[in-house]
Every structure is written in C-alpha cells, then in structure tokens.
Write a protein that binds this ligand. Structure first.
Ligand SMILES: NC(=O)c1ccc[n+]([C@@H]2O[C@H](COP(=O)([O-])OP(=O)(O)OC[C@H]3O[C@@H](n4cnc5c(N)ncnc54)[C@H](O)[C@@H]3O)[C@@H](O)[C@H]2O)c1
Ligand SMILES: N[C@H](CO)Cc1c[nH]c[nH+]1
Ligand SMILES: [Zn+2]
Length: 429
C-alpha cells in the first residue's frame, strides 16, 4: 500500500493521480451497453431473456419464468435461520425510522394580496430498483433502495436482481419481502435497466431507476437518463479514515479492508498526523490480511488505489478530506464533533472510534447508497427525496392579478412576447 506525505513537493500531483477515476466511461462498455439497450427497446422480453441466459448462465424461455412471486419472497423469509431473520427485520426497522424523518410535506403561504404560492409534494408513480448480484448478493441494498421509496409513498416498486446460474439468494428475496416490493424479476445488467426504462411485454416501464451496479449497469443508467430519472451513477466503494492516532490500529486496518473487499478498484485511504501510528496500521494490515477470505480482492484494491497519508495535523486532514469528497468518511478521533464543522464534502461521516463504516452499510439507519468518485462535492445520499417530486402551486387573487399583471406585462414586452403580455393585461381592471 503506498505511503504519501503531504509535505512532499509533489503531493498534490500524487493525490490527483490517486483519485483519478472516471465511472463507466469505458468506450467498450458504452458500446456493448448501447447494443443491449437498442435490442431491449426493439425486441422487449425476448432480448431480456436472451441476454440474461447469455450473461447469467440461465436457461429461461420466457421472462415470466424470471419473475419472483410474492409467495416465493415470503417463503425465503420464512426459511431464514431465526437470527438472520431478526437481524433483517431490525435493520429494516432502523432504516425505515431514519428515512421517515426525510419525508417532505407540501407547503403554501398567501402573500399580502391573498395570492397562494406553494409546493405540492407527490411520490413518483412507479420506480425500478436495481439490486446488484453478479459477484455478490446485496440484501442490504434491497432495504436501502426500497424502504425510502415506500416512505415516500411510491405505490409500485419493481425490483430487478441478477441471479447468476439461476441461483437465488434467500436473504435478497427475504429482504424484498420485508421491504415490500410490488414485483421482482431475476434479471440484471444493462438488459434489466433497459427493460425498466422502455418497458417490455412483462416488465412495466418505470419513472425512475435507482440502485448501484457494475460498469454495465452504470453505463446503462447513464444512457437511459432522460427517458427515466436516475438517482446517481455509483462507482466503486470508497473509505477515507481520518485518525488522530488514538484508535486501535487493528480497527483502522479492518475498516480500510471493509470497503477494499468490495472490489479490486475500491479505494481505502488513511489520513493521520502520527507517523508511528501509520506504521502500526501497516503492521496490522500485514498481520490481518492473510486471515481475510477476500484477501485477493483486498490486496488488489489496497495496491491499486489505497494510500496511507501522513498529514501535518488534523486541520490539514480535514482540508484534504474536503478535496477527496469521499463516499464514506470515518472521523476516528477523540472529539469528532469538534472537527465536524470543518468537513463539507462526504457522502456519510462516521463519527468517533466506535462508529465503523460497516454499521452504516447494514443497520445504523442512514442510506448506504452514496455519492462516489468525488461527486459528494455536489450530490447527496439516496433518500426519500429521490422518490418524491415537487410541483409549484400558484393561485393568484383578483387583487394579485393587478399587481403581477403590470409587472409581467412590462417584462413580456421587454422580451417581445406579446401573447404573454396580453394574457396578463386582459386580467387588469
Ligand atoms: N454503492 C453501493 O451502495 C453499492 C452497494 C452494493 C454493491 N455495490 C457495487 O455494485 C457492483 C456490483 O457489481 P456485480 O458485477 O457484482 O453485479 P451487477 O448486478 O451490477 O452486474 C451483474 C450483471 O452485469 C452484466 N454483465 C456482466 N458481464 C457483462 C459483459 N461482459 N457484458 C455485458 N453485461 C455484463 C450481466 O448482465 C450481469 O447480470 C460492485 O462494484 C459493488 O461494489 C455498490
Ligand atoms: N459499502 C457499500 C456501499 O459503498 C454498501 C454495502 C452493501 N453491503 C456491504 N456494503
Ligand atoms: Zn460495504
């Protein structure tokens, strides 16, 4: 894992190189995805079935065979060992409770002329939730996508999840039952995104697609944006740990592993002012790595995109963190509240030594679908607001029409739009 020092003259260039990563901009992936989407649009179910058989090793004849019934979802839930079922229900409850606080309500007010102005909040009619399933199963992602949609009041939630070789994951199916999906299909990749965006004979067209996925899924979401809404284009997982040197180095090493184990191109970085502590974390990494079942992925990720960075102090650590704008930021320091005001850009901030990022992935409550690849500079976590939309409300009183009519008419003449002007003037007394 590379060691960097913020005092080195070429540190800025090294940091830029470390962060350089563009999600789903591989022209070969984009070309493959364009072909898949075009066929799904033209041939509907038949194309989705053909691509699913090809990429996921299934042998379906019809798309109906790939639909999961409510009965099957419930049976999977009931088959789970009791401890796992309880954990799933407990996580769902916490995620739901957290998101209930995000629900926005319609509002309005009247101005001095009695004109009503406001905003009406409505849920989307039908959404598609992509649950990744190529290399690993993600029941937690079912909860994180479906529950906010429910809290928003979306009446129809269509879930898609690939099942390589037709192997269904009970915990994913059970999570779909607990979260409450309307319909679920075992299809994935660009063909699933295309089916949700265009609609097929069997899969209904949705208004918005949310959820993370690999490069093919990300490229497909980018391509269908405009036909449907999307939440974001999520890239590989990232963790940035700011540590004052007072945390158990094994904890820090394992927290870095926790995101590195997602992907060979995931990113794990430590910022710390204490050189001796960085060496202890290095020793922990060396000792713990051989014990990890996903050692090969962790090792590749740390070697490819990981870094242990010595900084001057915690003030500088916060400045660098704002530049990195990580998906997950662990503030593993004695007084996290004191440093919080200095942090502006991060998908989620995990405060204090006991707050491992992994708790947020499953059950703390906040969403684990977060902006990656520095997009936390302008983007926010997936939330209820992604499943609600706003409509402006204007109800002008007769008195208000006199005042507004004069202003609008003046400006409309200024723009040379006489119909606009006359519509306003006709209502003047
Ligand atoms: N940000 C988050 O919240 C979050 C949560 C969970 C997972 N993830 C990430 O999501 C990703 C999941 O990726 P995954 O691959 O395991 O599952 P996936 O479901 O995203 O992709 C699997 C699908 O990719 C398609 N595909 C594979 N190879 C293809 C090819 N050569 N041509 C065309 N299509 C092809 C297939 O259709 C397959 O069904 C990982 O990077 C993981 O880290 C992110
Ligand atoms: N850390 C991932 C988002 O970057 C989410 C996840 C799901 N399961 C475990 N982790
Ligand atoms: Zn994770």
């Amino acid at each position: 894992m590379r060691r960097l020092d913020s005092r080195s003259p070429d540190f800025q260039a090294q940091l830029r190189a470390l962060l350089a990563f563009e999600t789903s901009q591989d022209p070969q992936v984009d070309a493959a995805v364009a072909g898949i989407l075009a066929e799904v649009k033209a041939c509907g179910d038949a194309a989705v079935v053909a691509y699913t058989n090809r990429f996921d090793g299934t042998q379906a004849q019809t798309l109906a065979e790939l639909e999961l019934s409510q009965h099957e979802l419930k049976a999977a839930f009931e088959r789970l060992p009791a401890a796992r079922r309880e954990a799933l229900v407990a996580a769902a409850q916490r995620v739901r409770q957290y998101h209930e606080r995000q629900r926005a309500d319609s509002w309005s007010y009247r101005d001095e002329d009695g004109t009503l102005l406001g905003q009406q909040i409505t849920p989307l009619d039908r959404v598609g939730v992509y649950v990744p399933g190529g290399k690993a199963a993600y029941p937690s992602s079912v909860l994180m996508n479906v529950l906010p949609a429910h809290v928003a009041g979306v009446p129809e939630i269509i879930m898609v999840v690939p099942t390589p070789r037709g192997e269904k994951n009970d915990l994913v199916l059970a999570a779909a039952h607990v979260a409450g999906v309307t319909r679920a299909f075992t299809v994935g990749g660009a063909q699933a995104v295309g089916a949700l965006a265009y609609g097929t004979e069997t899969i209904p067209q949705v208004d918005k697609i949310t959820g993370p996925g690999n490069a093919y899924v990300a490229a497909a979401k980018r391509a269908v944006f405009g036909i449907v809404g999307i939440d974001m284009v999520a890239g590989p997982s990232e963790i940035l740990v700011i540590c004052d040197g007072g945390t158990d180095p094994d904890w820090v090493a394992m927290d870095l592993f926790s995101q590195a184990e997602h992907d060979e191109i995931a990113q794990a970085i430590l910022l710390c002012p204490d050189a001796a502590f960085i060496e202890r974390v290095e020793a922990s990494i060396a000792r713990l790595l051989p014990t990890m079942p996903r050692r090969a992925i962790i090792e590749a990720s740390l070697a490819n995109r990981g870094a242990l960075i010595q900084v001057a102090d915690l003030v500088e650590a916060c400045e660098i963190a704002n530049y990195i704008a990580p998906e997950h930021l662990e503030l593993s320091v004695a007084e996290p509240e004191a440093w919080l005001p200095r942090l502006r850009h991060a998908g989620a901030i995990f405060m204090g030594r006991f707050t491992s990022e992994s708790l947020g992935d499953y059950c703390a409550g906040p969403n684990h679908v977060l902006p990656t690849a520095r997009t936390a500079r302008y983007a926010s976590p997936l939330g209820v607001y992604d499943f609600q939309k706003r409509t402006s409300l204007i109800n002008v009183s007769e008195l208000g029409a006199q005042k507004l009519g004069r202003i609008a008419s003046e400006l409309a003449h200024g723009e040379g739009l006489s119909a606009h002007a006359r519509a306003a003037e006709m209502r003047l007394k």
